[in-house]
Design a protein around this ligand. Structure first.
Ligand code: ZN
Ligand code: ZN
Length: 171
């Protein structure tokens, strides 16, 4: 897995004390997200910049204590560490939903670039497997829209979720 640590993408420190709240119990699995805004794939050096923007938006506009997602996967297949495996995410809709599943987001648009790349699917699958193995998390793979009224993670990614999040066909 091509993991990008918080230090590597230049994350801001999370706010205390809320940013440090650990999960109270085991996770049932992982929920997938997309950006829900316009997004256009670009060169990988723009990805850390975008993840920093996302964190700033979550902290300064939403008022959250950190980037909301557990992990963020760019179109080049890199897995950016958000809240990670231990700290409870704030992306699934409410505290009980956040407790139940990790939140893994794809840098994928509601318009513009709306179809994940093969390496992005590989990275999403890597993140799901990492959450299961090291979280640990159960085997559920769901979308943000499961249990919460939202279009997220978009119809294209949701179809992949419904198919069990298969990795891309090996070469
Ligand atoms: Zn979402
Ligand atoms: Zn990238």
């Amino acid at each position: 897995m091509k993991l990008v640590s918080r230090a590597q993408w230049g994350a801001r420190p999370w706010r205390e004390p809320n940013g440090s709240i650990p999960y109270a119990g085991p996770r049932k699995g992982t929920k997938l997200h997309y950006l829900g805004t316009a997004y256009t794939f670009g060169p990988h050096n723009s990805c850390p910049v975008y993840v920093r923007k996302l964190q700033a938006s979550h902290m300064d506009v939403e008022g959250w204590s950190d980037i909301g997602y557990s992990f963020v996967v760019c179109e080049h297949g890199y897995v950016f560490e958000g809240r990670g495996l231990v700290r409870r995410n704030s992306a699934n809709g409410n505290v009980s939903l956040n407790e139940a599943h990790y939140a893994v987001a794809a840098l994928l648009g509601a318009s513009g670039s709306t179809h994940p790349t093969d390496v992005q699917l590989r990275g999403l699958r890597d993140a799901i497997d990492y959450c299961r193995a090291d979280g640990p998390a159960g085997t559920e793979i769901k979308g943000h829209r499961d249990g919460y009224p939202t279009l997220c993670p978009g119809d294209v990614l949701y179809a992949w979720v419904r198919a069990g999040a298969p990795g891309p066909t090996p070469p």
